[in-house]
Ligand binder design. Structure first.
Ligand code: FES
Length: 146
């Protein structure tokens, strides 16, 4: 269930509008913490690649990018700290350069494990982490309570 957007400061960036940017247009933001979470099979996340999941199937703004490196899974909101755009260039399709995630909008480049932007227009800012809980049966729960 979305909640009204309020200006927030994340990693030094003040969002005075919906960080979903113009692609959202709703002025609302998904409260990721209130999602029940989505269970994902780790084997479904390509090693060295990415998998996009929606915490709320009806809210494109609830998009999360799952990244798998050396068997480790990382989860970040699909939301660039530069201008609040989605990181991918098409549903489920992300760009990489030398093992780093690259925002398709203006080229900000992020470390997979820390979410830190190391190159591009928002250098020094970070992606927003999403909670991950390891479940039995080779699955993780993305978002939701631990
Ligand atoms: S919105 Fe991602 S680099 Fe500009």
């Amino acid at each position: 269930m979305p909640v009204p957007f309020r200006p927030t400061r994340r990693a030094g960036w003040l969002y005075d509008r919906c960080p979903h940017s113009i692609e959202c247009g709703t002025g609302w933001i998904m409260d990721v913490g209130k999602s029940a979470g989505v269970d994902v099979a780790v084997d479904g996340i390509p090693e060295g690649g990415a998998l996009e999941v929606l915490l709320d199937a009806d809210d494109r703004g609830s998009s999360v990018v799952l990244l798998r490196r050396d068997g480790q899974v990382y989860a970040w909101r699909n939301l660039c700290p530069h201008a609040g755009r989605y990181l991918n260039w098409a549903p489920g399709r992300f760009l990489f350069d030398q093992g780093r995630l690259v925002c398709a909008a203006h080229g900000a480049t992020f470390e997979i494990d820390s979410g830190l932007c190391v190159d591009g227009p928002c250098r020094g800012s970070s992606l927003v982490p999403v909670s991950l809980t390891v479940l039995e049966g080779g699955k993780v729960r993305v978002g939701g309570g631990a």
